[in-house]
Design a protein around this ligand. Structure first.
Ligand code: GLA
Length: 779
């Protein structure tokens, strides 16, 4: 009955859409509408072949070149997000000029006969700072982002109206090239709230996007949670996914809908300290072929990833993990706009699926490349010797409350007498702290590793305590997007007998703006071990694209000729920064480097190739110590049984709820008889049967993790990404075990398990045992 009702509503919506498109427009105008199992462009069936590229990640001077590259692939559409936080960096001050001129970008696409799919948020995810939301929203203490919070909706509406002013006239019915507009972004993996989605839909319409179909994108596992009857539903998945499975449910509930994968992931993004991600070209192309053969529309995310310049990179959580500056994504068009073997394989495929009367255009030549011979940076401005005016605050407050959006912040206070062994506890460090007593470095804390405390030596009363914190990207995914920076709550001294909260702070802000970094008192000097700004000029005979080699530097940011280029961190995997030639000039150029660690050698050179895969992480990313073997001999499983074959979530309920601090999942055999085990996502259920928060989980042990061919460590089972997974290494035999430290005592009543989604479901577990314990497992 429910099914019939849905179908009727859907068919009515569909007819209304199709007819409203045809009836009301004067002759000569174009339309884009929803037909029976197809999109309709001017009333004719149309398959969207979209290339996702982001105007913010490509210098405006190169937009045209990248659009030409997409055109030459055989794509007919460009898919873009609108990034709220780059347009409204201060409340009420909108910037749509130059690099931010999103309308100019769309018009350029139209010049090449390319349509636009617009995804205006308000939230966009995209490994972008705070998923595109402006940081200043967090100044409101109790804000609930991506909900019906009145302030959030009010600000969203103001922003969306501005986007409307820029782009509503570019809808296809009005002579422009916008054919579809997205409402929110993968909301199913955030919450279930149809009323909120309806509000965003109305805001999008209210901004003037009334003439083209509005759509939602989600995962096949959750697209129904927030699906509105009058919106088009599309599914996101990556290279390797089983196409039939991905659309199975959608076809059941909406048999007449056009099918579209609105994000088909060509590759994946890189995090600091984790292996560089790649995806196989053949597999990507065969997935696209599968879709084209079935008339399924797609957007290839990313066709060209480009660069997340300056401080705009986001982060994932749990565990907190910030994004690299390069957004190369292993996409068909490289970060610097070069064609790759993936590009040509894809071009060859698309040649067979060109729209009627269209041919592939010529591949444009790559932009010129230069090298820059090594030069030394000889002007230095130590950070502690260049303190700005402080603000005072009795209590610790996050950076936002000092009106600072990004960069580094110093909290300074005076200590009482401290006995040796006292713990300094910081709740919470966002994101990377250096702690000093009277100017001497005591230690560093890294949020990625869950570090939040330091044992202090004996310190005399009156010692000056400095906590210097670098904010990395704000989390761009899930509830952790409420990611305030600096120190979020408090700083305490703990010893056996007492807890003492430190108060009366002087707070110094170091923003990332060029005028701020330029004004430091630079003086001739040698490299320093501590945090400092470095400045140099260098001469070029010719400008051209180049990769700044940061291998001898520690951790920080680079500005060239006034433009923020990006973050660097010695741990890699990214070791070079893409420096677009259009921002360099013949003759004198200026470079400023903020290094919070201090360089090994204060020299720079420009390479003609990027280095994106040189990991120099301080500790292994895997979760098994040399010689460690899990001993389950005397443990009694809380559950055991056989999982079903096939895609999708499975749930197992224990006979009775149990208290647990540690959990072990042991896979005893696989569905296909092979050695490999793989898990995409895993939840534990609480007493009420609902999934428990995984925010503080850590992997205590995994018997085997594949890290040679890719990034398949066990923490992937709780990273909220259904397309990434834990996989055991080739050749390692069953049984396979993963132990999770829940980092709190909880009551567990069962678990949910999602197998890997790839064709054939490699690694799907058959028989299993589950164990819980209040104390650590034995080895
Ligand atoms: C999701 C989001 C995108 C991006 C990709 C991963 O699909 O919608 O914005 O974050 O994941 O790159």
């Amino acid at each position: 009955m429910k099914y019939l009702q849905n179908t009727v509503i859907w068919l009515t919506a569909l007819l209304l859409f199709a007819f409203s498109g045809c009836n009301q427009k004067p002759a000569g105008e174009h339309t884009f509408a929803i037909g029976n199992k197809t999109f309709l462009l001017d009333g004719k069936p149309f398959v969207i072949k979209a290339a996702e590229i982001h105007y913010t990640r490509i210098p405006a001077e190169y937009w045209e070149h990248r659009i030409q590259l997409c055109k030459a692939l055989g794509m007919n559409t460009i898919c873009i997000y609108a990034f709220w936080n780059i347009h409204e960096q201060k409340p009420g001050e909108f910037d749509f000029s130059g690099q931010n001129d999103i309308a100019a970008f769309c018009r350029l696409a139209q010049k090449y006969d390319m349509y636009i799919m617009l995804r205006p948020g308000p939230y966009v995810c995209s490994e972008w700072e705070m998923g595109g939301l402006p940081w200043w929203l967090l100044k409101k203490d109790d804000i609930k982002l991506r909900t019906n919070d009145p302030y959030f909706l009010e600000r969203t509406k103001l922003f969306m109206n501005e986007i409307g002013k820029q782009l509503a006239d570019l809808q296809i019915t009005k002579g422009g090239n916008i054919i579809m507009v997205q409402v929110e972004n993968e909301y199913g993996s955030y919450a279930t709230d149809k009323e909120y989605i309806a509000n965003i839909r109305d805001i999008v319409k209210g901004a003037g996007f009334t003439d083209v179909p509005l759509f939602q994108c989600d995962w096949s596992s959750n697209f129904q949670n927030n699906a509105l009857d009058d919106l088009v539903w599309t599914i996101n998945f990556g290279t390797g996914a089983n196409i039939d499975e991905q659309f199975k449910k959608l076809k059941e509930v909406r048999p007449n809908t056009p099918l579209m994968c609105s994000e088909f992931w060509s590759g994946w993004f890189d995090h600091w300290g984790r292996k560089h991600e790649t995806r196989d070209a053949e597999t990507m192309v065969s997935g696209l072929k599968d879709m084209l053969d079935r008339g399924i529309s797609f957007s290839l995310y990313m066709t060209h990833g480009g660069t997340t310049f300056g401080h705009w990179g986001g982060a994932n959580s749990p565990a907190y993990s910030a994004m690299c500056s390069s957004y190369d994504y292993d996409a068909p068009i490289s970060e610097a706009g070069w064609t790759t073997p993936k590009y040509f394989k894809l071009r060859e495929l698309l040649a067979d699926y060109m729209d009627e009367g269209k041919t592939q255009s010529e591949v444009p030549a790559a932009k010129p490349i230069i090298e820059i011979p090594e030069f030394e940076i000889k002007e230095v401005a130590p950070l502690f010797g260049n303190l700005p005016e402080p603000k005072t605050s009795e209590n610790i407050q996050p950076m936002e409350q000092f009106d600072q959006g990004w960069g580094t912040i110093l909290y300074r206070t005076t200590l009482p007498a401290v006995t040796s062994g006292t713990t300094l506890l910081i709740t919470e460090v966002h994101d990377w702290a250096q702690i000093y007593a009277n100017g001497k470095l005591l230690g560093r804390l890294d949020r990625r590793r869950g570090e939040n405390s330091l044992k202090l030596p004996a310190l005399a009363a009156g010692t000056q305590l400095d906590i210097l914190i670098e904010a990395m990207g704000r989390v761009n995914f899930d509830k952790a997007i409420h990611d305030r920076k600096g120190i979020t709550e408090k700083v305490e001294l703990l010893n056996e007998s007492s807890t003492h909260e430190l108060k009366n702070w002087q707070v110094y802000s170091f923003p990332v703006d060029y005028p701020f970094v330029k004004e430091k008192k630079y003086a001739p000097g040698k490299k320093l071990d501590g945090p400092a700004y470095y400045r140099a000029t260098f001469n070029l005979e010719e400008a051209g694209d180049v990769f700044l080699d940061m291998q001898t530097w520690g951790k920080g940011m680079v500005w060239v000729n006034g433009k923020a280029i990006g973050r660097f961190w010695e741990i890699g995997p990214q070791q070079t920064l893409f420096m677009p030639g259009c921002w360099l000039k013949k003759g004198e150029n200026e470079i400023i480097v903020l290094d919070l660690l201090g360089p090994e050698k204060a020299t720079i050179k420009g390479l003609d190739k990027p280095i994106l895969d040189m990991l120099r992480a301080e500790a292994p990313m895997t979760h098994r110590k040399e010689g460690e073997n899990l001993n389950l001999k005397n443990e009694k499983p809380v559950a055991s049984g056989t999982l079903k074959p096939g895609n999708g979530w499975q749930e197992v309920k224990f006979d009775a709820p149990v208290k647990a601090r540690f959990f072990c999942f042991e896979a005893l055999s696989s569905q296909n008889g092979n050695d490999n085990a793989a898990i995409a996502e895993f939840y534990l259920l609480g007493e009420n049967g609902k999934p428990l928060s995984r925010q503080h989980w850590q992997i205590a042990y995994a018997d085997s993790e594949e890290t040679r061919g890719g990034n398949f460590t066990a923490d992937k089972i709780f990273d909220l990404q259904e397309s990434t997974y834990w996989s055991t290494a080739r050749g390692d035999k069953y049984p396979h075990q993963v132990v999770i430290d829940l980092r709190e005592e909880v009551v567990v009543s069962g678990f949910q398990y999602l197998p890997r989604a790839e064709e054939g479901y490699p690694g799907m577990v058959k028989e299993y045992k589950a164990y819980t314990k209040m104390s650590p497992f034995k080895f």
